[in-house]
Every structure is written in C-alpha cells, then in structure tokens.
Design a protein around this ligand. Sequence first.
Ligand code: ADP
Ligand code: MG
Length: 159
Amino acid sequence: MTKGIFPYFAAGEIVKGFGRGSKDLGIPTANFPLNVVQNLPPNIETGIYYGFANVDNGPVHEMVMSIGWNPFFHNKEKSMETHILHDYNQDLYGCILKVCILGYIRPEKNFDSLDLLINAIKDDIQQAKKLCNLPSNKGYITSNFFKKGNSSDGGNSVI
Ligand code: ADP
Ligand code: MG
C-alpha cells in the first residue's frame, strides 16, 4: 500500500540513467542512485508520482516522478526518475536532487505509440501542477528540507 507515506522526502546525487532518450522527447528525467531507491518503503507501488524538487538547494519546482523497474539491475531494483517542471538548459549530473513526493497520479502503463506516451506525460504534468497547488500541498514548496544544510536519506519525518 502506498497510502500513508506522503510526504516522502529523498535526496541524492543525480546519476546517469539508462539513456532511454527521454531528453530527446523533451522530458529529461534525473535519476537517483541505487541507495536512494533502496530506502523507499519496500511496498511502494510503481507508477507516476508528483511533488516538488530542487537542484543544489536552488529554487523549488513542481515535478513528476516515475517509480519503475530498473533494466540496469535486471528489473530487480526499482528506479526513481524525476522530471522537474523547469527548463535548466544544461546537464545536472553530479548535482544534488531533493524531492518531496506528495502523492500518486497513476500506475505504469505500456503505450502503443510514442505520441500516446508523450500525451500521457503531458497529462501527468498538468495533473501535477494542479495537485501541487492544492492548499494541503503547496506549503511544501517552502519546506526547510529544500534549504542548504538540510537533507534526508529518505523518509517522511522532515517538514
Ligand atoms: P539519463 O538516462 O542519463 O537519465 P535523460 O535523457 O533522462 O538521461 O536526461 C536526464 C538528464 O537531463 C538529467 O540527469 C539532468 O542532468 C538533465 N536535465 C535537464 N533538465 C532537466 C529537468 N527539467 N528535469 C530532469 N532532468 C533534467
Ligand atoms: Mg533519466
């Protein structure tokens, strides 16, 4: 069950992903290293999540995150891939990504075409913007967690 674990905070260095070309689709995803993924509650459902994120303690933006199975580890380990709703115009490898996951949008799906996949992601992004702006959620944008000197190896205790 995924209920009861939000907000969930995680932080770690942005590492190279599997190079599935998401950047070419206009939806780059910053990947967390294995140790951050392994800190997730073991029963968390795979799928698309939303929340807030920042890079190197910078401005906080909305994000959508895919939690799925990582082909690099023969699909035995999960992956956490975050698309931040901000145009950085540069690579962020080696930077510190902090995320506050606020909730679940939908399960993982297979799509029949690239167009359908891109449309679904655009939909997820609209949903994420709406949900992040709910009164119960939008306060997390100013969470101390995102400020310099604060981090968390993963958990839902930081406010
Ligand atoms: P990889 O397979 O290495 O994760 P991607 O095609 O998914 O490659 O691109 C991800 C990289 O793009 C991130 O690691 C980061 O360095 C960069 N990037 C630039 N803008 C963003 C953004 N808005 N959200 C996430 N990553 C971004
Ligand atoms: Mg990626």
